[in-house]
Design a protein around this ligand. Sequence first.
Ligand code: NAG
Length: 402
Amino acid sequence: MKSFLAIVLSLAVLQVAVAKDLRNVKEPKIPAACTSLSGSGKDATSAIQKALNSCGKGKAVRLASGTFLSGPLTIPSGVGLWVDSGATLKASTNPKDFDGGKNTCGTLDNNGKGCKAFITIKGATGSGIYGKGTIDGQGGQTMSGKSQSWWQLAREAQTKKNKQNAPRLIQIEKCSDITLYLITLKNSPNFHVVSKSTNGFTAWGVTINTPGDARNTDGIDPMGSQNITIANCNIATGDDNVAIKAGNAPTKHVSILNNKFGVGHGMSIGSEVNEGVSDVTVTSLTLEGTTNGLRIKSDKSRGGLVTGVTYTDVCIHNVKNPIVLDTEYSSSGGNKIPTFKGITFNNVKVLTAGTFTFDGISDSNPVEATLNNVHIKSGSKWITSHAKISGKYAQDASGNSC
Ligand SMILES: *[C@@H]1O[C@H](CO)[C@@H](O)[C@H](O)[C@H]1NC(C)=O
């Protein structure tokens, strides 16, 4: 009886301690079609937008087959865009189509905010993008009227130390209950998916497949958002596979469940965390060939509190920096001091040797992490500075694949 009570009590404690999306998230369903369109390869912007605008709430515009070329689209509240298997929705390569009004889209400047996204969902409730078809941002194609691709423009910005004006693929902003389901996203000119200031966002069974050298093409970035689930996704891209940010508002109650990451910069939190990131669960994640694995990064210009982050059942293979908690991601100064504490690693297996970094700001503000059942490959480098680490790791990982 006593031990039974102890189990019940510890379960109750566990329940409170589990940080996650507070919604009860189930596998989404594709809504019924309000209309079906087939693509001819020609510009379909106004046909798709008109269909979206006149679609009833709770229904979806179905792109049934063929190739649709389009400029920016907006999905209204309650409406779905269903790209069915065999259909491809391609973004226009003309920067003028995406221009935000200052005639800078497709150029470099110090701002990088001159383009509209390809698909915008703003101030909406219950909208979504569904289906086994593909949305192709054409980031590697030469921009029309220019001599380089969006990705080459991004490389040039890196060399010139300024910013490229390139469209994001999907921008979700000030919304609630938005769904991405089964869709394949590729070749975004910039970030693939941003969920900003949004409560309730689910990405389920989404594939992102973009080359590893396509600069600034983050996979899915929740920013200043709450109640987020990213589940059963395959993400390979040229920047962070997932990056949880909190520059504009706190981000909390995030569940990252049962995902596979290929090339990319890893499972990241940061670098903007000044409004705080908390209550994040990353469970059943495989990282294969990313540059970083589990990473929290910030600096004094955009730091804040990152806490209540739990990584459970993670397998890492062929990754240079399998775990990085870095409060000095850049040398930028300021008074937004990063504090990383309550970071827990459970059942983490790293099959290839790499560098592990736990780097806090100071002895009075160390990074605080707990290790349970962490197995790394012998020959790895373990670097700690201003770090308080409970638990142990063993250099005994074996096996050739996750
Ligand atoms: C998160 O989801 C829970 C459960 O549905 C809800 O009570 C809470 O208000 C949501 N949070 C926000 C910020 O919407």
